[in-house]
Design a protein around this ligand. Structure first.
Ligand code: SF4
Length: 261
C-alpha cells in the first residue's frame, strides 16, 4: 500500500502521550482517526463531567489550606461549569436535567473529600505539562493532574479518575499512564517518584504504587515498541481496526472499515 504524503508530513517525529499510546494499543485505526486525521468527535458527557471535576479540584488548591473544604469545592462549581459551557455551547442541550448533573458532580467531590484532606498538604504542581525526547524520532509528553513534592524531596504523582478502579489483574494497565509520567520525571529531574496514586472517585478507591527503576525501564521499552509500531504503520499507511466493546462508544464507527458494509 502506498504511504500517505500527508501522514509523512505530520509524522517527522512521533508524538506519544498516555492517551495516544492507549488509543494505538486499543485500536490502530482509532489512533489514526484521532492523532493523524484529527477528526472531530462526539461530545462525551462522562469526559465533560471529568473535566469539570478536575477543574474544581485544580482551583480548590488556589485557596489557603484551611479553606479547602467540600463547601468551597461546591462554591466553585457554577463558575467553572459556566466557562465550560461557554467553550462548548452545545453542552447545555445534552443535559436535560441540570440538578441530576450537579448532584452527580457533588457525589464525586464528596468522595474526594473522603479520600484526601486537601487542607493538610500543598499541591506543588497542578496540570503540569511534562515532556521528553525519548529518542531523536520520538517525543513523549503529558499533563499530570497533580505532582506533590514533600519537604523531604519525595515526589508523589497523582491522577484523578471519575470512573471506577480497575478489576483485580488490571492494575498494571491502569498504572502505565503514571509510570510514563514517572519516567519523564526521572529522565528530566534525575529522581524516581516515590509514589504513584490513582484516585478513583467513582467508587472511592485509591490505587497506589511505588515504581522501581526496572518498572520505569519496562515502561520505556513498551513505549519504544509502540513508537516503532506507529512508525511502521505510518510508513505503510496500514491502520488495523481492532473491534472491541470500545466500538460502541467510538465516534468513528460510521466510517470505520470494520463496520462499513
Ligand atoms: S469502531 Fe472500533 S474498530 Fe473502528 S476505529 Fe472505532 S474502536 Fe477501532
Amino acid at each position: 500500500m502506498a504511504p500517505s504524503p500527508s501522514i509523512f508530513a505530520s509524522m517527522s517525529k512521533v508524538r506519544l502521550s498516555p492517551s495516544r499510546v492507549n488509543d494505538f494499543n486499543n485500536c490502530p485505526q482509532l489512533y489514526k482517526y484521532r492523532a493523524i486525521d484529527q477528526l472531530p468527535e462526539k461530545i462525551s458527557l462522562d469526559a465533560e463531567r471529568g473535566t469539570l471535576v478536575h477543574s474544581i479540584l485544580h482551583d480548590l488548591f488556589d485557596s489557603p489550606a484551611a479553606e479547602r473544604t467540600f463547601l468551597k469545592a461546591v462554591e466553585l462549581l457554577p463558575e467553572i461549569w459556566s466557562k465550560q459551557q461557554e467553550e462548548k455551547p452545545e453542552l447545555a442541550a445534552l443535559i436535560p436535567n441540570s440538578k441530576e448533573w450537579s448532584d452527580r458532580v457533588y457525589a464525586l467531590l464528596e468522595t474526594y473529600f473522603e479520600l484526601e484532606q486537601p487542607q493538610s498538604f500543598e499541591a506543588t504542581f497542578r496540570e503540569i505539562h511534562v515532556e521528553l525526547d525519548l529518542r531523536d524520532d520520538v517525543y513523549l509528553h503529558g499533563y499530570v493532574d497533580r505532582l506533590d513534592v514533600a519537604p523531604s524531596g519525595e515526589v508523589r504523582i497523582v491522577d484523578y479518575k471519575t470512573g471506577k478502579a480497575p478489576k483485580p489483574g488490571w492494575e498494571d494497565k491502569a498504572l502505565f499512564q503514571l509510570r510514563i509520567y514517572a519516567l519523564v520525571y526521572w529522565r528530566t529531574q534525575g529522581v524516581i517518584p516515590k509514589l504513584l496514586q490513582l484516585i478513583y472517585l467513582g467508587d472511592g478507591q485509591i490505587l497506589k504504587n511505588s515504581p522501581s527503576e526496572s518498572d520505569l525501564r519496562a515502561a520505556e521499552n513498551a513505549l519504544m515498541r509502540v513508537a516503532d509500531d506507529i512508525i511502521q504503520a505510518t510508513e505503510t499507511n496500514t491502520w488495523r481496526p481492532k473491534p472491541s466493546r470500545l466500538c460502541d462508544w467510538c465516534s468513528f464507527k460510521d466510517i470505520c472499515p470494520a463496520f462499513k458494509g
